[in-house]
Design a protein around this ligand. Structure first.
Ligand code: ZN
Length: 45
């Protein structure tokens, strides 16, 4: 049997280092690069 925490089910792969981060993180916990979001609602500059 495989028990996985719900947070790990939808891990987002860092485009920079390949680290799998939970979707709740805005930045990679390993290299600190901005994580791509599914919804592009942040268009403030
Ligand atoms: Zn990274």
């Amino acid at each position: 049997m495989c028990f996985r925490p719900p947070s790990a089910a939808k891990a987002v792969k860092c485009t920079s280092c390949g680290m799998l981060n939970p979707p709740t993180l805005e930045k990679c916990k390993k290299c600190g690069v901005d994580m791509p979001k599914a919804k592009d609602e942040t268009k403030e500059k």
